[in-house]
Design a protein around this ligand. Structure first.
Ligand code: NDP
Ligand code: GDR
Length: 332
């Protein structure tokens, strides 16, 4: 039975990845950090099958112990401070988690006396103020936030360990991917959640920032499959994972309201200047030809299907209760 260690197992991607790997017969270990409230909503349905290990990206020794306990064949390093606006408020902490946390995990893996394949969660945010359209593996990086800058470090330190120590280490440069399990602070889930509440008369308006920003949005469940495929190849490499389509935040809003049967969406949406970022990423659109050719990967869920899935899930859950229920509804 292959063994896997997932950092960030309590997050959106970690929950889908754990679910998929359990289905493939893996023995799954996941890192969890101590909090005063239990935050295992996304993996509660998996708790019989996931062994949780206490550790934190800030604590090198805890990461070494986690690797030694799990004795994994594969490590997926998904843990990070992943919310871009917070990275402007806490740039140093973001660097500790999202940049140096990667070096700490790589060191923990390097100390192991058995071979481990390593996946690093790189991001399309590294392209930032884009140098070409669409963005591919060779597009230069120009990050626009402390988060993006930290991800560039995480990316290059992973490449460096591959080249220096002959580690099987891959970076997945993933474009935005969403799901009913997305955190409520990210724009897609903020929209689907608000639309559901407006439809049910529980909320009056939806405040948003930049409606013109364009993103290449896919479904998280499809993207974790690409992560796994990267670690099953003969040689380690880096891959862009994207749908190769782009849509604006405004388009997402319109479609989400339409899914709930509301056509006059402008009556509910307010642009709030406080939600604009010091610097934003205007347009992201990937070119995933390399992944499609070499990994045989392609996304299954289309953009309209994704919006509908998220709105329906929030409508179901909000009709039954509250937000925690909303997250749990999606894992049943
Ligand atoms: P989430 O924000 O949903 O999950 C982040 C995970 O990291 C959570 O499990 C969180 O734990 C954990 N974490 C944060 N800080 C620490 C720490 N100090 N020690 C241990 N664990 C920590 O992110 P996603 O699932 O959406 O993304 C997964 C990864 O992929 C991230 O690295 C993200 O930056 C990257 N990425 C995501 C994309 C997307 O569109 N979703 C696109 C490209 C890259 P806790 O539950 O305790 O907070
Ligand atoms: P992003 O995702 O920054 O691309 O990072 P997010 O959903 O936060 O923003 C996308 C775009 O929407 C605009 N926007 C708003 N964003 C939020 N959060 N809230 C709002 O009210 C709002 N109004 C407009 C933003 O300005 C932005 O342009 C995500 C994260 O998952 C990262 O961890 C990951 O690396 C990248 O995707 C790829």
């Amino acid at each position: 039975m292959p063994r896997v260690l997932i950092t960030g197992v309590t997050g959106q991607d970690g929950s889908y990845l754990a679910e998929m790997l359990i289905g493939k017969g893996y023995e799954v270990y996941g890192l969890i950090r101590r909090t005063s409230l239990v935050i295992d909503d996304r993996i509660r349905h998996l708790l019989d099958d996931v062994r949780l290990i206490d550790a934190d990206l800030l604590d090198q020794l805890s990461l070494i112990k986690a690797v030694q306990t799990a004795r994994p064949d594969e490590v997926y390093n998904l843990a990070a401070m992943s919310f871009v606006p917070t990275s402007f408020v806490q740039p140093v902490l973001t660097g500790e988690y999202t940049a140096l946390g990667v070096a700490k995990m790589l060191e923990a893996v390097r100390l192991a006396d058995w071979p481990i394949r390593f996946y690093q969660a790189s991001s399309s945010e590294m392209f930032g103020k884009v140098h070409e359209i669409p963005q591919r593996e060779t597009t230069p990086y120009h990050p626009r936030s402390p988060y993006g800058v930290a991800k560039v470090y995480g990316h290059w330190i992973t490449v460096n360990y591959r080249e220096s120590y002959k580690m099987y280490a891959c970076c997945g440069i993933l474009f935005n991917h969403e799901s009913p399990r997305r955190g409520l602070e990210f724009v897609t889930r903020k929209i689907s959640h608000a639309v559901a509440r407006i439809k049910l008369g529980l909320q009056k308006e939806l405040r948003l920032g930049n409606l013109d920003a364009k993103r290449d949005w896919g479904f998280a469940g499809d993207y974790v499959e690409a992560m796994w495929l990267m670690l099953q190849q003969a040689e380690p490499d880096d891959f862009v994972i994207s749908t190769d389509e782009t849509h604006s935040v405004g388009e997402f809003v319109r479609l989400a309201f339409e899914c709930a049967g509301i056509s006059n969406w402008q009556d509910y949406v307010r642009v709030d200047p406080n939600l604009l970022r010091p610097a934003d990423v205007d347009i992201l659109i990937g070119d995933s030809t390399k992944a499609r050719t070499k990994l045989g990967w392609k996304p299954r869920v289309t953009f309209p299907e994704l919006v509908e899935m998220m709105v329906k899930s929030d409508l179901d859950a909000e009709a039954r209760g509250n937000t925690r229920a909303a997250i749990q509804a999606t894992v049943r």
